[in-house]
Design a binder for this molecule. Structure first.
Ligand SMILES: Nc1ncnc2c1ncn2[C@@H]1O[C@H](COP(=O)(O)OP(=O)(O)OP(=O)(O)O)[C@@H](O)[C@H]1O
Length: 258
């Protein structure tokens, strides 16, 4: 039996109706349930609502109507009615983020960037740096700890972003086109690092992408069009495992209400 970690019910978000032009529909009554530990790819044409959905599920921007629940040990938490400070705390403690542009701080070193979320959660500097260094090593970045972001490659910077997203052990990783700015070889390497590090921790991944080869590495893919889910497919014998030798026989056989 699988348990949901995120649930969205009837999300609706329209833009631009005050200008006299036809409103843009970003989300149109969209509902989805995401089981704990699932890797989910969100695909669809430009403007179909992918980023808006990711922001809603992550409590970054709450849609005009609908409900969003984050399920934790105490039961479902209604994200859509939380105050902004409570949502910021939820994101800090339970979620990790990897975006196309790393959104890291240029004035900090690589290790300081990765240690920052831990220190924001109250971990002392020494322990935070130790954990950050361990994650950097795990992602093949040992030796780069003291460099500035301008002194590493785009692929390395995205691995740093993955280390920073994972370092607090979040239950959900949200990634929006994390490999969009990379060449195909680097992109595949970074994606494997993201999928493996998320899977090893049993965490959930919500990954927005335009790239079919990226989506194929996930256990489930939803396709959006005009703010609606128009396709919802589950990989059989593929998904996460296809990024890792030896696990391709895994059969994903759950039923998800969406
Ligand atoms: N702040 C905003 N103001 C007005 N319109 C917006 C705003 N944010 C998004 N939109 C519109 O909502 C629709 C959905 O946007 P969204 O960014 O979610 O799409 P997307 O599928 O992620 O697109 P892309 O693949 O191009 O990133 C688009 O038509 C977009 O122009």
């Amino acid at each position: 039996m699988t348990y949901p970690i995120l649930q969205a019910l009837n999300l609706t978000q329209h833009y631009g109706s005050t200008t006299g032009t036809r409103p843009t529909v970003a989300l149109d009554g969209l509902s989805i349930t995401i089981p704990r530990g699932q890797s989910l790819a969100v695909m669809g044409p430009s403007g179909s609502g992918k980023t808006t959905l990711l922001h809603a599920l992550a409590g970054i921007e709450i849609p005009q109507s609908g409900e969003i629940y984050f399920h934790n040990a105490n039961g479902p938490d209604p994200v859509h009615v939380m105050r902004p400070e409570a949502r910021a705390d939820l994101r800090l403690r339970h979620f990790g983020f990897v975006f196309q542009a790393g959104l890291m701080l240029d004035e900090l070193t690589v290790v300081e960037n990765v240690a920052l979320p831990l220190m924001l959660c109250g971990v002392d500097r020494g322990s935070a740096h130790q954990s950050a260094s361990a994650w950097l090593e795990r992602l093949g970045l040992e030796g780069l700890e003291e460099r500035r972001l301008g002194e590493i490659s785009g692929g390395q910077a995205q691995r740093v972003a993955i280390a920073r997203a994972q370092v607090c052990g979040p239950e959900v990783i949200f990634a929006d086109e994390p490999t969009g700015a990379l060449d195909s070889v680097t992109s595949a390497e970074v994606l494997t690092a993201l999928l493996e590090s998320t899977r090893e921790r049993g965490a959930t991944l919500v990954l927005v992408t335009h790239d079919h080869t990226v989506a194929e590495q996930c256990e489930r893919t939803v396709h959006l069009r005009d703010g609606k889910i128009v396709g919802d497919t589950h990989a059989v014998g593929g998904g996460h495992g296809s990024a890792t030798a030896g696990s391709s026989t895994h059969v994903h056989a759950e039923t998800v209400r969406s």
